[in-house]
Design a protein around this ligand. Structure first.
Ligand code: NAD
Length: 489
């Protein structure tokens, strides 16, 4: 077998198994078109089989009643295996998704940390006792696993996007079926192997891969299955709505991590140089393929010209290139389809706003085969335009000037989305007023995804979704509360 083009089966009942149909699909590198893996093309029959296995493992009670200490050990050992195999995992991500190697290694490290965090929380999943006014009465609140959890994930964080759902699900005692995106399924398949190697009982974690069209079929099967108790979804808002509709058949729990169009607001009293450098990172990280990208930059009129000049300078410092190279900061976009889509938004921008820098494919002939897009900044964008309202999911920034704090908050909130946002100012009063005024699930003050604080809840308001991942609340998403009242005799 060619090591750069390995074959991955589905992962069912603790072992690799071909799809029932025997069909496969191939993935190619978005950097140079080289084959990067062959994957089993699972369908409805496989999805049903995965759900049955997870249901069996839950209903027999083997995993839900596994002592917390053992769950802690398995999650900790998986974290260790991820760290020990970081290079292989990162290289897989690079091959399938074009994510630069330094970012991919960072994602493996974050995934290991996430597993370790929930390993710790696994030790505190029992619940609490409440003493009542009546001395012979005792109240208990038990925390029980929600049941069989279906995880449906996107390709932009192909490992962490699965781990941040799986780790709390396993810590809580749930059994799991997962469907990674067809665009980068390899990391989830490697994760399944490491979990089994770490001692996870067979059947507790099952993965069904499938190509594009079948992906929606498998996702819908999971979401609508009466045997599934919870669905945790990451993806576009349109797919999220379809998942929510399907999930209503048995009122299962639904968590949706969807798109965003986050506003990064800069006031004149901000540390401008740092704000400009960070604003570039906020929309070019992972080539802009990031749900919480700061893709709208709201600039106070007084600093507008100076700041826009700084943006152009920092944008030119981005290194587009081979994602296997440590010096590369921006790799290609994930697919030809996504490339066309992003270039389409750039055409739209040229027609309705002022191009500051970038504006298409890079001129470097060495990058011709990859789906590259230059970091692109448009100025004087109207907040009501499509460019400012729709999620581009590429390295395209819309600069929108403002004059007052009130106007900035109104513009930030004038969006169907509500995932994240940033505010840059030397005044904590201004910062806190803006933080409270902007309706999003996350706000950064004088930073943008750069403070280095982990394990805090992540999720959106409005069309950016419902539910939260990471942190204590991420565990509670996979737990039911059972109230017990005992009268002592
Ligand atoms: P997508 O919606 O196309 O696919 C996401 C997953 O859902 C895939 O596994 C896909 O096969 C599956 N799917 C597609 N249609 C489905 C359907 N009708 N029913 C059930 N499952 C279905 O999204 P994508 O292109 O993979 O990811 C990009 C999107 O994800 C962006 O909008 C981005 O903002 C969002 N995202 C959000 C977060 C967050 O935390 N909020 C994180 C990462 C990505």
């Amino acid at each position: 077998m060619d090591p750069s083009n390995p074959q991955f089966d589905l992962w069912l009942d603790g072992a690799p198994r071909p799809a029932a149909s025997g069909a496969c699909f191939e993935r190619h590198s978005p950097y140079d078109g080289a084959p990067s893996g062959v994957f089993a093309d699972g369908g409805e029959e496989d999805a049903e089989r995965a759900v049955d296995i997870a249901r069996r493992e839950f209903d027999t009670g083997r995993w839900p009643t596994t002592p917390a200490r053992r769950r802690y050990e398995i999650l900790t050992e998986t974290a260790r295996l991820l760290t020990a195999n970081a290079q292989a995992l990162a290289e897989r991500m690079v091959l399938e998704s074009g994510k630069p190697i330094t970012l991919a290694l960072g994602e493996v490290a974050s995934s290991a940390r996430c597993l370790q965090y929930y390993a710790g929380l696994a030790l505190s999943t029992e619940g609490s006792a409440i003493s009542e006014r009546n001395p012979s009465a005792l109240g208990l609140v038990l925390r029980e696993p929600v049941g069989v959890a279906a995880l449906i994930t996107a390709w932009n964080f192909p490992l962490l996007g699965v781990v941040c759902k799986l780790a709390p699900a396993l810590a809580a005692g749930c059994t799991v079926v997962a469907k990674p995106s067809h665009l980068c399924p390899g990391p989830a398949m490697l994760l399944a192997r490491y979990l089994t190697e770490a001692g996870l009982p067979d059947g507790v974690f099952n993965v069904v891969t499938s190509q594009l069209e079948q992906g929606a079929v498998v996702g819908q099967h999971f979401a609508s299955s009466l045997k599934v108790d919870k669905v945790a979804f990451t993806g576009s808002t349109a797919s999220g709505r379809a998942v929510m509709r399907a999930a209503a058949v048995n009122t299962k729990r639904v968590a949706l991590e969807l798109g965003g169009k986050s506003a990064n607001i800069v006031f004149p009293d901000a540390p401008l140089e740092e704000a400009a450098r960070t604003a570039i990172g906020a929309f070019t990280f992972n080539s802009g393929q990031q749900c919480s990208a700061g893709s709208r930059l709201l600039l106070h009129r007084d600093i507008h010209d100076e700041f826009v000049a700084m943006l152009a300078e920092h944008a030119s410092a981005q290194v587009l290139g081979d994602p296997r190279e440590a010096t590369t900061t921006m790799g290609p976009l994930i697919s030809g389809r996504q490339h066309e889509r992003v270039l389409g938004y750039i055409d739209l921008g040229r027609a309705e706003a002022k191009l500051v820098t970038g504006g298409g494919r890079p001129a470097d002939p060495a990058l011709e085969r990859g789906y590259f897009v230059e970091p692109t900044v448009f100025d004087e964008v109207s907040n009501s335009s499509r460019l400012a309202q729709e999620e581009v999911f590429g390295p395209v920034l819309s600069v929108i000037p403002f004059e007052t704090e009130e106007e900035a908050v109104t513009l930030a909130n004038d969006s169907a989305y509500g995932l994240a946002g940033g505010v840059w100012t030397g005044s904590m009063d201004t910062a806190l007023r803006v933080v409270k005024g902007v309706r999003t699930g996350k706000m950064f003050v004088n930073c943008y995804n750069t403070a280095g604080i982990d394990d805090m809840p992540h999720g959106g308001y409005k069309d950016s979704g419902t539910g939260r991942e990471f942190g204590q609340v991420g565990l509670e998403e996979f737990q039911e509360l059972k109230t017990v009242q005992i009268l002592l005799r």
